[in-house]
Design a protein around this ligand. Sequence first.
Ligand SMILES: [Zn+2]
Length: 219
Amino acid sequence: MALVSACVMVLLLAAAGYGGERPVVVLDPGHGGEDVGVTGSYGSREKDVALALALELRRQLGLSCDVRLTRESDSTLSVMRRVELANSFHGDLLVSLHAGGGLSRDANRIALFVQQEPKGRATDPGRDNGWDGGHRPHISESQALATMLERPLALLDGYEGVDYSAVPLGIARGAGMPVVLLEVGNLTNPREEGRLESPEHLRRVAAAVAAGIDAYLLR
Ligand SMILES: [Zn+2]
């Protein structure tokens, strides 16, 4: 069966009189400007890989999804500003894109991160006003989004696997939507650095991310 994008599906339903608006997908290219992120041994910079991947993803999803980027150029942006922008876009979801380092030069994995559940009972005073900054109601949806992203990413050739962790996540703090931070490989691995510079490889990675986003939106 041909894969129909979730965004196309929403448009078809809208055209048929079922209502509905285009999902707003916010992409956050990690780092930027003065914040270079990880630099590979051949000089590739994480901020450039993250932006190239975001632009390719926008191309793949953008025909029918409303895709917004927190940055479209090599600009410096605080984490708080990224969250403010995502909230101002009224995003249905936020994916922050990175290509950082591994503990060894051979590291070659994909990693997904979501905000961890705050400690304490739901009735504790101030629980939602603490470090999670009001993101708590969206944590279970973030986990669902990560699960949907994990499946197509695990099918990509050349990676050892996909890790999935719940951690204190700055980009989720205060975000009124599901948030996943995605590391699409390790620039600290020279072999992986070469692949991340390849537009063809980035197209394949973007297609997997787009498939995960589609699957999440179509649930
Ligand atoms: Zn990073």
